[in-house]
Design a binder for this molecule. Structure first.
Ligand code: ASP
Length: 422
């Protein structure tokens, strides 16, 4: 969502907000005039097509960006020297962020602010989806405590890639493929890496194009949502509380969690860190892209914070794709919020699945504006929540994206500082 349309000077995120408002207005007006049927027949399908496009791109995006991220580790020597610690810290911080997100979502319950009678109506709408889900649950692996692991390992990659709810299997294959590539003679693997580089650029361009359609897609989805909720505006206050929950959780990461880690694991003075990291956070905030911020992140890490260039040039580029604490925290809250809004009670197994999926999928999220939104469609489907629920949150995604990107880059630098400490 970074680029602004050259002819229309309005930034895309403003267009999306405008789309959201117009969709709501169109929805309310259409409800008065002709009831929900007009919306369902003529407006809502456009929103569905938009969601389909996002879903369409999700599997190739995760697969290609993961392979690119892992093969970017250069050689297995570097991996064994720094990789173990880096990956361990990346995973641990991401897990902490997700647990914070899930707990915040469950505690604050922003989705519960939506009128329950409307939820019953919505549930009715999505019953056919629930039927699909039941069928999906039945076809899953065994029943025992390791059933979850059973589900991660696909027996056929094409079947896995042919089903958006099998993201974990695709992630498993991509990681396996990428790590194996690292052990093959570099001369042989180079063309493959170049191919994935090119593919990655093409996929990201496709994402750009789809995101350009967002204002229209959002308008149609909002209109559909107004019809679903019968014009009840309680949904907007629920959204406000959701945004606040995300914001406060992200601030907890920046103001409490990272300082604590720095204090325990490094000798860097907190005040100095906060001062030095500020431009990086600001850059991330304005661009909403960890990838675009990378040059600034590296510069500050090496020149200001004194992190060795060997560490910085390994940990930070990998972190851009692999480590997204802000994103994973936000995704956890978003999934819980959407489930609550649609009246879906999350079982313990589903909650565990959300934790695992958000941790793993944040690894495959590209560091671009709105990167995690595409991935979110797959997380939702995998947990058994209709991806259409995204319509609820897309309108206010950009400001939250800005915030979570700042958290993402901060997490990368904190990890680099910890890894660098001999
Ligand atoms: N914009 C985020 C980043 O670049 C990714 C996302 O959460 O959408 O880090």
């Amino acid at each position: 969502m970074s680029k602004t349309n050259k002819r229309i000077r309005i930034p895309l995120y403003m267009q999306i907000l405008a789309g959201m408002v117009s969709g709501a207005v169109i929805g309310i007006a259409a409800l008065q005039i002709d009831g929900a049927q007009f919306i369902y027949n003529w407006i809502y399908p456009w929103g569905r097509i938009f969601i389909r496009l996002l879903q369409l791109i999700a599997i190739p995006l995760v697969f290609i960006s993961l392979v690119k991220g892992v093969t970017g580790l250069k050689d297995i020597g570097t991996v064994s020297r720094m990789g173990g610690r880096t990956v361990a810290i990346y995973l641990a911080t991401t897990l902490a962020a997700v647990l914070l997100g899930v707990s915040a979502g469950l505690l604050v319950k922003p989705g519960m602010l939506i009128d329950r009678t409307q939820v019953a109506h919505i549930q009715e709408e999505y019953r056919s989806f629930a039927e699909d889900k039941k069928h999906l649950a039945e076809t899953k692996g065994g029943e025992g405590p390791l059933a979850f692991l059973d589900d991660i390992v696909p027996n056929n990659i094409f079947n896995a890639a042919g089903d958006n709810s099998k993201m974990l299997q695709v992630i498993f294959f991509a990681l396996f493929f990428g790590l194996a590539a690292l052990t093959v003679v570099p001369a042989k693997v180079r063309p493959v890496i170049a191919l994935f580089d090119g593919l990655n650029d093409i996929i990201l361009r496709m994402v750009d194009y789809i995101i350009y359609l967002a204002p229209y897609g959002v308008a149609a989805l909002m209109a559909g949502l107004v019809a679903d909720f019968n014009g009840d505006t309680g949904v907007f206050s629920a959204l406000g509380v959701y945004a606040l929950t995300v914001t406060v959780s992200l601030l907890v990461l920046i103001l409490l969690f990272y300082p604590l880690l720095l204090r325990i694991f490094t000798k860097i003075r907190l005040r100095k860190f906060m001062k030095d990291i500020y431009p990086v956070q600001l850059f991330a905030f304005t661009t909403s892209s960890s990838a675009a911020t990378l040059p600034v992140t590296m510069d500050v890490a090496e020149k200001k914070l004194g992190i060795s260039s060997e560490t910085a040039s390994f940990v930070l580029p990998v972190g851009v794709t692999v480590n997204m604490d802000g994103t994973s925290c936000y995704q956890a809250i978003a999934v819980v919020f959407i489930a609550q809004a649609l009246g879906i009670d999350l079982s313990v197994t589903q909650l565990l699945l959300i934790v695992a999926l958000t941790v793993l999928s944040s690894i495959g999220t590209p560091g671009i504006p709105g990167g995690s939104f595409v991935i979110l469609t797959m997380v939702l489907t995998s947990v058994g929540i209709p991806a259409e629920g995204l319509a609820l949150i897309i309108g206010i995604d950009r400001p939250l994206d800005m915030l979570r990107t700042s958290v993402n880059v901060t997490g990368d630098v904190v990890t680099a500082a910890i890894v660098d400490k001999k």
